[in-house]
Design a protein around this ligand. Structure first.
Ligand code: GDP
Length: 193
């Protein structure tokens, strides 16, 4: 995919604000600080359209990025921040659940995990949630540049086994630093266009 245009269309807090139209949507989910913004920016050839390192406590929004006028990336707030209050966590959960379970334009969720470490409990919960609702997932294991290439297979196996990745869900080794996995990630998304 040659991305020539990418713009933030809306930061939505409620369904009425989601964009009209039927363009395919791909949501990006992952633990805070895992590298979600860096993944988006790399995929769309931008330095920082998607804000990196979003702080907890800020308004939690679903950010809809329109790509080449033909699809949306929907950046969802990162999970797993210990300092977030119970009230904020509940609001997050409700917004996610509404979007993930009711949005017909949603084709697949890109779940970003860290290739260096086994997926966290929150990662496992997120993936189980997606499988419970039969939402296709593409698992992206990022920060691959921090793992020697000879160990990628071993780390992939840990990710695959910890998440218990379902048949049909792809696992892609990625790096926002080197661009590793970018073409593969686009190919995985394109299967859902
Ligand atoms: P987010 O909170 O999930 O959006 O995470 P960010 O994209 O802001 O990334 C968190 C930190 O990890 C930043 O310091 C990034 O520079 C770094 N980072 C993200 N992706 C990669 C990667 O592929 N390789 C390396 N080495 N660092 C990365």
């Amino acid at each position: 995919m040659n991305v020539t245009k990418a713009e933030l269309v809306i930061s939505a807090v409620k369904p009425e604000q989601y964009p009209d139209g039927l363009l395919p949507e791909f949501a990006l989910a992952g633990r805070s600080n895992v590298g979600k913004s860096s993944f988006i920016n790399k995929m769309i050839n931008r330095k920082n359209l998607a804000r990196t390192s979003s702080k907890p406590g800020k308004t939690q929004t679903l950010n809809f990025y329109l790509i080449n006028e033909s699809l949306y990336f929907v950046d969802v707030p990162g999970y797993g921040f210990a300092k977030v209050s119970k009230k904020e966590r509940e609001a997050w959960g409700k917004m996610m659940e509404t979007y993930f379970t009711t949005r017909e334009q949603l084709r697949a969720v890109v779940l970003i995990v860290d290739l260096r470490h086994p997926p966290t409990k929150d990662d496992v919960m997120m993936y189980e949630f997606l499988k419970h609702y039969e939402i296709p997932a593409i698992i992206v294991a990022t920060k691959a540049d921090k793992v020697p290439k000879g160990k990628w297979q071993k780390h992939q196996k840990v990710v695959r086994e910890t998440l218990n990745i379902a048949d049909g869900d792809e696992l892609i080794v990625f790096s926002a630093e080197t661009g590793q996995g970018k073409e593969e990630a686009w190919a995985a998304l394109e299967r859902f266009f």
